[in-house]
Design a protein around this ligand. Structure first.
Ligand code: AMP
Length: 283
């Protein structure tokens, strides 16, 4: 695997492949790999001639300085994993390479209400930082396909919106959430949980499964309230939201009339660690 830290280097590496019309799969990440990341990488390997992975802990998408400084960094270990997986290229820039001092960072894109609900409400500026970095990365790599996890469902919807609104040529591929045996969605942040917290964390999955089991038979608002209550009752959880929403608009739904379009999303703190998860209720 060839690892690049400079934009010009990764672009040079890709020139020949592009000339030969090879398909390029791209998996943007913040590193500290787990099996969820590897699912995206393996899918890209299967569907493209060449796979590029990026590792960049994007400072401008963190709205909390502690979260940024505590985010796990394991570049050397990650490189070994990527080599083993047969990834051809890694792009792992420093912040100054992506954001040269003095350069204004902005992306004029109307996200409508997509970034004002759920994560957007609780992490002001987060999605602005996400779309700026993803747009930059897509401009640099110019992939045929880019792989994103449903684990970060709101992020996926916002990136799909950006790709459509800006007429980007990339195909966004949505990948299923990969879970631990007890149901906890894999996340780099899970590494920061204590043993006790880690055990409790699977209750998020239990509540999502409970919600799925009762979807359609209990009125939406009532079920949302019961599920929220089940989370709130766990004293170690500081719940930010539990919402049953439309998968495209991310706005609350009142009925079960459009079952294929309905998803439950939640975010909560366990100790200092913020966890998010979601579940499509009828698929
Ligand atoms: P991150 O490194 O956390 O920014 O994640 C990089 C990509 O992996 C994003 O598209 C995430 O949605 C995706 N991802 C993270 N965790 C999982 C998971 N448990 N299952 C599937 N995809 C995931």
């Amino acid at each position: 695997m060839i690892a690049c830290t400079r934009i010009s280097d990764i672009k040079n590496q890709l020139t020949a492949s592009r000339r030969k019309k090879k398909t390029i799969g791209f998996v943007p990440t913040m590193g500290a790999f787990h099996e969820g990341h590897l699912e995206l990488i393996r899918r890209s390997k299967n569907e493209n001639d060449l796979t590029v992975c990026s590792i960049f802990i994007n400072p401008i998408q963190f709205n909390n300085a502690n979260d940024l400084s505590n985010y796990p960094r394991m570049l050397e270990q990650d490189k070994k994993i990527l080599t083993k997986e047969g990834v051809e290229l890694l792009f792992a820039p420093e912040a100054e390479e992506m954001y040269p001092p003095g350069e204004k960072q902005d992306l004029d894109l109307d996200l409508g209400r997509l970034d004002r609900v759920m994560e957007g409400e609780h992490r002001p500026g987060h999605f602005k930082g996400v779309i700026i970095v993803v747009k930059k990365l897509l401009d640099i790599i110019e992939p045929t396909r880019a792989y994103f996890g449903k684990k970060d469902f709101q992020q996926l919807i916002i990136i799909e919106h950006m790709v459509r609104a800006l007429h980007l040529r990339v195909k966004v591929v949505a990948c299923e959430t990969f879970r631990e045996p007890d149901g906890l969605a894999m996340s780099s942040r899970n590494l920061q949980l204590t043993i006790g917290e880690r055990q409790l964390a699977s209750k998020i999955y239990d509540v999502l499964m409970y919600t799925k089991a009762n979807a359609g038979s209990v009125p939406v608002q009532k079920l949302q309230l019961i599920s929220l209550k089940r989370l709130v009752e766990i004293p170690e959880f500081r719940v930010e939201y539990f919402k049953i929403v439309n998968k495209r608009t991310l706005l609350p739904v009142d009925t079960w009339d459009d079952p294929e379009e309905i998803i439950a999303c939640t975010a909560l703190y366990l100790g200092d660690i913020r966890l998010i998860d979601n579940m499509e209720l009828f698929s």
